[in-house]
Write a protein that binds this ligand. Structure first.
Ligand SMILES: Nc1ncnc2c1ncn2[C@@H]1O[C@H](COP(=O)(O)OP(=O)(O)O)[C@@H](O)[C@H]1O
Ligand SMILES: [Mg+2]
Length: 334
């Protein structure tokens, strides 16, 4: 399998009036061709800042990507996204790497028609003529499930429902046949039925186009249906990475275990997600010197307060950043 993205030791900070926000504290992960990787974590765990760092979308100042590499296997070979000029990155964004954010309104331009916006991506990144771009736009609208695409071409974003707008954003994201789509909470603003439709649409796109997807969410419940692998974030660090079934069946980090325990059961529709882990997320203004989860962890022992646990491989394709062995019920050897 070809790795199309290799992120290593990413560190991003924000220099604010209140102090330095340690938003991303050493994130490493790989993405393989055609794979769907879910990045899961509570709000504020650094998911969006991680992705925005890769795409060159961090506001600087106050933000700064301080360390790390992010090798992307693009059409022009393997290059570090973090070293690209803003012009090179602009070419990659929306061309080879598409993205979909939570709020389609902020992505779409209110004064341009849906069709113009998709066509613009095609003329800019693919050098199509206006006629070619229009034809391709109509087929893209069809592909993302928008009825009567010829008629809808001339509609404005405000004439679309939230779900339909998100489909348009997805059409823009896939317009140039990217290798990767980064979707940051793409269904969070949508109601449950529409959410399921968007998840299905992504699955179909992956099957048909073979696009790799990074699916960011605070909702571990959505992940089962879409991801191949899951990366769990906490306090700006990955705490566990595993295949999706492996993660559900055999979590190796107490935080993941807590998240899974907090998943709503099918027979209890009213329960809220992620509500049952006691305590609050770490204060990112304090530089990390030990396990970020130690405060909330019932298994924390002296070592957890002295060192930052690195990601270690515990099983084939299963990594955890924890000094405690949940299986053994005691500190891990070594
Ligand atoms: N522009 C900014 N200025 C200061 N702090 C920021 C900025 N953007 C994000 N942060 C902080 O970075 C941390 C991680 O945020 P984020 O990646 O958005 O979390 P999430 O996992 O919910 O996507 C948060 O503490 C957030 O407040
Ligand atoms: Mg976010």
């Amino acid at each position: 399998m070809t790795k199309i993205l290799e992120v290593k030791d990413l560190v991003t900070k924000f220099y604010t009036l209140d102090g330095v926000v340690n938003a991303v504290n050493g994130v490493s992960f790989d993405l393989e061709e055609g794979e769907t990787l879910a990045i899961v974590g509570e709000s504020g765990s650094g998911k969006s800042v991680t992705m925005m760092s890769l795409l060159g979308l961090i506001p600087m100042p106050p933000g700064k990507v301080e360390e790390g590499t992010a090798y992307f296997m693009g059409v022009n070979g393997r290059h570090d996204l973090l070293k690209m000029s803003s012009e090179q990155l602009r070419d990659v964004r929306g061309g080879q790497i598409g993205f979909v954010f939570q709020d389609p309104i902020s992505t779409l331009n209110p004064i341009l028609t849906i069709g113009e916006q998709i066509a613009e991506t095609l003329t800019r990144h693919q050098g199509m003529t206006k006629e070619q771009a229009k034809k391709r736009t109509i087929s893209l609208l069809e592909q993302v499930g928008i009825p009567d695409p010829e008629l809808r071409y001339d509609a404005y974003p405000f004439q679309f429902s939230g779900g339909m707008r998100q489909r348009v954003v997805i059409a823009i994201a896939i317009a140039c046949s990217p290798q990767i789509i980064i979707a940051d909470e793409p269904t969070t603003a949508l109601d449950v039925t529409v959410q399921a439709q968007i998840v299905d649409l992504f699955k179909r796109l992956r099957e048909v186009m073979g696009i790799a997807v990074i699916w960011i969410t605070h909702d571990l419940g959505v992940v089962a249906g879409i991801a191949d692998r899951v990366l769990v974030m906490y306090g700006g660090r990955p705490v566990e990475i595993a295949g999706v079934d492996d993660l559900y069946e055999h979590p190796r980090h107490p935080y993941t275990l807590g998240l899974l325990g907090a998943l709503p059961r099918l027979d209890d529709r009213k329960s809220k997600r992620l509500a049952s882990i006691k305590g609050s997320p770490p204060d990112l203004l304090i530089p990390l010197r030990h396990c970020p989860f130690a405060w909330r962890c019932e298994h924390a022992f002296d070592r957890c307060w002295q060192e930052i646990p690195p990601l270690i491989t515990v099983d084939e394709r299963h990594q955890t950043a924890c000094f405690y062995d949940l299986d053994k019920g005691g500190p891990r050897d070594g």
